[in-house]
Ligand binder design. Structure first.
Ligand code: HPA
Length: 244
């Protein structure tokens, strides 16, 4: 029998374990979009699904993640509210590594990803005036204040196709057109969550200054190291949010 969950945490780069989840059960399903896997457990009696976006061993790169299977699985589990983590590069000198930001808007530069559940036969244009769910964002913001965690309440996320990092010219351009942070995964995840009726928000963890802002070459190791140095605050924020 398929288990149920009210909340979901989608763990990005550097977030591979389910933290405080009790009575943990691994659940996998072959959805109509492909295979997806989550760990399901409880935090203070609340049913939570933890879904590591890149797989349990971080084996799937951002452009090959099966976003549709992942979100469909959460929908099938009955998830109402979800928070995703996202490692991001900073496009602004004032946004330093270690800073937490809530994503509020996005610019989509992805190219090859299936980005909708609506295919031939149904013409649906989903509203994107407020892509990241306001209800979850506000409660994360309130929780962060209560816990004395410094979280910037709004930011525009630029989603690139990856898996390569950006060029300095791309980063200058993204900053000029209004981006604050850059990453490779929030689109189409946020779009699919909206189509699936899941109230979805995302916490960005600034892991580096983007190409050209930093004078050093950028490596995946740098991203993972900064993530691991800052992940405890993100975990705390998500757990308090679920406990509320
Ligand atoms: N660019 C794209 N994705 C990222 C970055 C970056 O600088 N840092 C973490 N994820």
């Amino acid at each position: 029998m398929r288990p149920t969950a009210d909340y979901a945490v989608i763990g990005g780069t550097g977030v591979y374990t389910a933290g405080q989840l009790e009575h943990l059960q691994v659940y996998e399903e072959m959805t109509e979009y492909g295979h997806a896997q989550a760990m399901i457990g409880e935090i203070r009696g609340k049913r939570v699904a933890f879904l590591p976006r890149h797989g349990l061993k971080h084996q799937t790169p951002p452009h090959l993640v099966n976003y549709r299977a992942n979100i469909r699985l959460l929908q099938l589990l009955g998830v109402q509210k979800a928070v995703a983590t996202a490692a991001v590069g900073s496009l602004r000198k004032t946004l330093r590594p270690g800073q937490l930001v809530l994503l509020t808007d996005f610019l989509d530069f992805t190219r090859t990803r299936p980005a909708t559940f609506y295919e031939e036969g149904r013409v649906v244009h989903i509203d994107m005036s407020d892509p990241y769910c306001q209800t979850v964002r506000s409660s994360l913001d309130v929780t962060a204040k209560q816990e004395n965690l410094d979280v910037i309440p709004s930011s525009t996320y630029v989603c690139t196709e990856g898996p390569r990092f950006e060029t300095p010219a791309e980063i200058r351009y993204f900053a000029q057109i209004g981006g604050d942070v850059v990453g490779m995964t929030s689109v189409p995840e946020v779009v699919l969550a909206k189509e699936a009726g899941i109230c979805y928000a995302s916490i960005g963890i600034v892991t580096n200054f983007a190409a050209g802002i930093s004078t050093q070459p950028l490596t995946h190791e740098e991203v993972v190291t900064t993530m691991s140095e800052n992940i405890e605050r993100v975990r705390k924020l998500m757990e308090r949010w679920i406990e509320e």
